[in-house]
Ligand binder design. Structure first.
Ligand SMILES: Cc1cc2nc3c(=O)[nH]c(=O)nc-3n(C[C@H](O)[C@H](O)[C@H](O)COP(=O)(O)O)c2cc1C
Length: 160
């Protein structure tokens, strides 16, 4: 499974999660994390999974990530699986909002195939650091993505 992790990050915390997700996915195929402002036009050519992640800002995803998704090439979307994550403050979800759920909604409007529910990783303050254990949780989430990909790719056996 070849993967691309596209992230936005103001203070570096989401970048750390993106890199851990990519490092973990690299066990199953090519995988790398690229900042949203640096994605090359041919970056999608060889991939099966596109993971997008950004910080939650004002209960929303970042303008750069929204813009990236809005300009995805429709012809390339159909053959990809998607997954979303965010970072947000370590407070109740109803207080913080979640960029990942906004990314999920934006992608749902494009009718793409999503592998799993969006994930949130917590920071202890606006500039970080990440809460204890979040990098390990990011690695676990990445493994779940691979497991779910395997399930999706299993051939469907039609009884005769
Ligand atoms: C302008 C701004 C708005 C923010 N709004 C929220 C918010 O609505 N909910 C939340 O949980 N965190 C909010 N935060 C905290 C960010 O989620 C936090 O800075 C981010 O997760 C850190 O990731 P980064 O280091 O990748 O930028 C906000 C931060 C900034 C700078």
């Amino acid at each position: 499974m070849n993967s691309l992790v596209v992230y936005d990050s103001q203070f570096g915390n989401t970048e750390k999660i993106a890199q851990r997700v990519a490092e973990t996915l690299a066990a199953y195929g090519s995988a790398r994390a690229v900042r949203v402002s640096a994605v090359e036009p041919n970056a999608f050519d060889e991939i099966e999974l596109l993971v997008v992640g950004c910080p939650t800002q004002a209960w929303n995803s970042t303008p750069a990530m929204k813009n990236f998704i809005a300009h995805l090439d429709n012809a390339k979307l159909n053959r990809l699986f998607f997954a979303e994550f965010d970072t947000r403050l370590d407070k109740p979800r109803w207080l913080t909002g979640s960029a990942a759920s906004k990314l999920e909604k934006q992608l749902q409007r494009l009718h793409v195939t999503q592998l799993t529910a969006p994930a949130s990783f917590l920071v202890t303050a606006t500039e970080g650091p990440l809460a204890v254990g979040e990098l390990e949780r990011a690695a676990d989430w990445a493994k779940e993505l691979y497991d779910e990909f395997q399930v999706q790719m299993e051939p469907v056996v039609v009884p005769m």
